[in-house]
Design a protein around this ligand. Structure first.
Ligand code: F6P
Length: 552
């Protein structure tokens, strides 16, 4: 198996044009680009669908950017994008189309999967979801004892959880339906802590699983079922469950009726499924109308991605900057820092979207790749500033930061001071990362603050910030449904662009299989029904320790 770098097909260490640009970038830094071009922001920012992307605080200059566009063209980004929108089977290892874009389209957009129109089916499910959500919200659909449904518990994991969790929190100001809760972990604590505050008579469970086989979800669903039976009797189960899946036969076997089952299609990847019936808990919380605005925001980015020239195309720009940082500058991680408390789960959502998509070891032809996607992580600001920002500013690894922030908050003038402070902090962080503070500046500041020359010389190195540390900022007006839809779609397409640059398939996830297989083999070992012999000594030792802790 050969090992290749996408921009260096020969797989040698020879200097390619892009590598040379990276060397120049390292030598130049970011500050110098700003002093050389006072209007840098104008030429290194772009906007679409209410999102403004500022990528000026990176070491990318005009020449590097041109080289990146050329590279994107050489990697067929446009043709692959068109193939995705045309419903071709671009997920080659699973032989599937990739059509989450069809879920937020208008019928006139005419999406087809493998030649067959999909819009009518998509609209049917959307209408069925809206009818169900409306009736639960207005009390036409009640619990088994005619109680209003006040709480909805979504049982799902991965793509059947992370999107609805993230979006429900993000759109909290729009909630006017039942409260939403999410149980994903097979750790019984998750279910127990959720049910503690709920009543069976007023609780609706949604079992969300594309495959309807995922062990965590099936285990949690069985526990939820027992809880309903214990509280209300067997006959109440039908009134307290709904399901979302592509495996309709398996849902039926579980005992959930057809009129409470919402389907989707194999051409919707789990991590791209928030737009499908997987979004049902969100629709229950915010209502069908706001949910449609959410879809419309995503569609606006889809249209932009499909039609805007690469030079103005937000997902392409974001993807190229991501590729530049990862593959050319060799930064191993990227931090996603929303200065928006309601986007607290956005980094976790992006972890699955990005790392399950682009954390791959081989290219489309099965050749080992030298590099694929970065580690994605993050927490909201300003909290992060008081935790890990120390390392981002002064640590030995350079970590590109992606700041997300709204100009306006939902809290209005009463709390205007909060939003002013939030924005000032966000801008301050990206400015500090770029500008830094030299040894001489640090020394002078200390002397000005009354320290002796000797003291100042001793302390100054600790107060140096190298600066020239890259960041992006994505600014929007207010975090409303359309903006959230646009933001998610932007990142989805960015992941697509980066996958194309790496030459990998972003739409399979074979890497999650081995752990699942081993876990099912290990269950009887943990329960003591099968011996641990034949396993490695670490597993054997841990199993023995577990048995001894459980038996005393
Ligand atoms: O863990 C891998 C995975 O297959 C994800 O891709 C998916 O989102 C998650 O499990 C849940 O799968 P399902 O919706 O089939 O339960």
């Amino acid at each position: 198996m050969s090992t290749t770098r996408p921009h260096d097909p020969a797989g040698t260490a020879s200097e390619t044009a892009l590598d040379r640009r990276a060397e120049t970038a390292r030598a130049t830094g970011i500050r110098k680009l700003f002093s050389a071009d006072p209007a840098r922001f104008e030429s290194f920012s772009a906007s679409a669908a209410g999102l403004l992307l500022d990528y000026s605080k990176t070491a990318i200059d005009a020449e590097t950017r041109s080289a990146l566009f050329e590279f994107a063209r050489s990697r067929d980004v446009e043709a692959r994008r068109d193939a995705m929108f045309a419903g071709e089977r671009i997920n080659t290892t699973e032989n599937r189309s990739v059509l989450h874009v069809a879920l937020r389209a208008e019928p006139a957009d005419g999406f087809r999967a493998d030649g067959d129109p999909v819009s009518a089916e998509v609209m049917d499910v959307l209408t069925a979801m809206a009818n169900f959500a409306t009736k639960v919200r207005n009390g036409e659909i009640l619990g088994a004892r005619d109680d209003l449904i006040t709480d909805v518990v979504n049982i799902g994991i991965g793509g059947s959880d992370l999107g609805p969790v993230m979006a429900s929190l993000a759109l909290a100001p729009y909630h006017d339906g039942p409260r939403t809760h999410f149980v994903s972990n097979v750790d019984g604590a998750h279910m127990a802590d959720t049910l503690k505050h709920l009543e069976p008579a007023t609780t609706l469970f949604i079992v969300a699983s594309k495959t309807f086989t995922t062990i965590e979800t099936m285990t949690n669903a069985a526990t939820a079922r027992s809880w309903i039976v214990a509280g209300l009797g067997e006959a109440a189960v039908g009134a307290h469950f709904a399901a979302v899946s592509t495996a309709l036969d398996k849902v039926e076997a579980f005992g959930i009726s057809k009129d409470r089952t919402f389907g989707f299609w194999e051409w919707v990847g789990g991590r791209y499924s928030i737009w499908s019936a997987i979004g049902l808990p969100l629709m229950l919380a915010i209502g069908p109308e706001a949910f449609r605005e959410f879809l419309a925001g995503a569609r606006a980015i889809d249209r932009h991605f499909k039609t805007a020239p690469l030079e103005e195309n937000l997902p392409v720009l974001l993807g190229l900057v991501g590729y530049f940082h990862r593959a050319l500058m060799h930064y191993p991680t990227r931090a996603i820092i929303p200065y928006d408390q309601r986007l607290a789960r956005f980094p976790a959502y992006l972890q699955q979207l990005d790392m399950e998509s682009n954390g791959k070891g081989v290219d489309l032809d099965g050749n080992e790749v030298a590099i694929s996607g970065p580690v994605v992580w993050g927490e909201p600001g300003t909290n992060g500033q008081h935790a890990f920002f120390q390392l981002i500013h002064q640590g030995t690894d350079v970590i590109p930061v992606e700041f997300l922030v709204g100009a306006n908050a939902h809290e209005g003038t009463d709390m205007a001071v909060h939003q002013d402070l939030l924005l000032a902090n966000c801008l301050a962080q990206s400015e500090a990362l770029m500008k830094g503070r030299s040894l001489e500046e640090a020394r002078r500041q200390l002397v000005a603050a009354g320290r002796s020359d000797e003291d100042a010389a001793r302390i100054a190195p600790h107060r140096v910030f190298t600066g020239d540390r890259p960041s992006l900022t994505i600014l929007y007006d207010t975090l409303d449904p359309a903006t959230l839809g646009a933001l998610i779609a932007l990142y989805e397409h960015r992941v697509f662009v980066e996958a194309q640059l790496y030459g990998i398939n972003a739409f399979d996830q074979w890497g999650v299989e081995l752990g699942k297989e081993l876990a099912s083999n290990l269950v009887p070992v943990v329960t003591g029904d099968a011996p641990a012999e034949g396993r490695d000594s670490s597993t054997r030792g841990l199993v023995a320790a577990i048995h001894s802790m459980r038996n005393h």
